[in-house]
Ligand binder design. Sequence first.
Ligand SMILES: C=C1C[C@]23C[C@H]1CC[C@H]2[C@@]12CCC[C@@](C)(C(=O)O1)[C@H]2[C@@H]3C(=O)O
Ligand SMILES: O=C(O)CCC(=O)C(=O)O
Ligand SMILES: [Fe+2]
Length: 378
Amino acid sequence: MQIKRSTTTTMPSPTSPPVQNDADYFDFRAMERVPESHEWTGPQEYEHPVVAGHELEQDVVPVVDMRDDDDDAVAAAAARAAEEWGAFLLVGHGVPGELLARVEDQAARLFALPVTDKARAARRPGGGGSGYGVPQYLLRYPKRMWAEGYTFPAAAIRSEFRRVWPDAGDDYISFCAAMDEFHVELRALGRKLLAMFFQALGLAAAGGDDDDTERKILDTLTATMHLNMYPKCPDPERAVGLAAHTDSGFFTFIMQSPVPGLQLLRRRPSERWVTVPGVAGALVVVVGDLFHVLTNGRFHSVLHRAVVNRERDRISLPYFLGPPPHMKVAPLAAAVAPGRKAEYRAVTWPEYMTMREATFGTSLSALTLIRVAPEEET
Ligand SMILES: C=C1C[C@]23C[C@H]1CC[C@H]2[C@@]12CCC[C@@](C)(C(=O)O1)[C@H]2[C@@H]3C(=O)O
Ligand SMILES: O=C(O)CCC(=O)C(=O)O
Ligand SMILES: [Fe+2]
């Protein structure tokens, strides 16, 4: 079923240039009400009811427990969740709870710094998308979101954060130590989960071309880290934490504070937003568009968003995994059913991002732009 986007929202034309503006240095804490710049009035893009992710069986977000001794069963459960939901809660993953707590605490400290300190590390044009502020893509929206963000390549934590802490003092050291450890753990976990996905897709023993591709993907997996801070909001109904989107890479681990806010769009039996419960120590796994392509649509990238609340600040740390920029991603041979053709053309991550920019404000998913037209299938 096609999602109908409201035509009455104030969407900018896809060609209007994104501008970095003062909203980056916006002091949320000083706000007693939601100002016009952040006020999302009128019908939203995906106006669907919200349900708690635990009451009805059909709304229970799948949980995959890696502690199960039966590797095949774990891999199958993860793959099933990736097919049916495009997301799941991962527990028993082995990343120490103490580390997760420390990482969240360090992220909170970063965002609590004076606006002037954070502004020093602002994203700059040509800065490769890293730094403090609003991700480029989100600047296309006519309104700002109720969130602060910081993006950085996991491979460059120490150099990136000298911008915030030029003196490289104790705060810098404890921040980098936590982020580095998180990166080491999540990179290993990412490789493990990827291997499980491949196993479930029947690739591990497939032999042939896919074996090489599988190894290449595992060996070059690239991580981008992002910190989100959604300050408590005086009028949560009028503000948006993070607008509905799919992640563009292979898959994302999201560490969310126990404060819920992440919602997944479920289409069947009826369209609704399911709130992902805040399970202490769990990581949320979200399938991205390039994994949708790699699996020829068998795993699906899920629309998700973040809402804000009046009582508590909320922190989330998505860890985005994807291919290196030059790698062409195309459906794996083993993911294409015998006698069928690949449904998507090969793209690199940066090419895909450009297409997504071009579809902004339209009802098309960028995936449709790389979809092979049915008449081309022979
Ligand atoms: C590695 C990534 C993943 C990015 C782009 C780049 C850095 C920032 C990430 C986000 C974070 C916020 C939502 C999103 C949709 C956005 O606009 O910026 C994400 C996007 C994606 O998953 O496509
Ligand atoms: O805040 C969250 O839980 C979701 C974050 C997210 O989806 C993103 O940054 O891509
Ligand atoms: Fe996301």
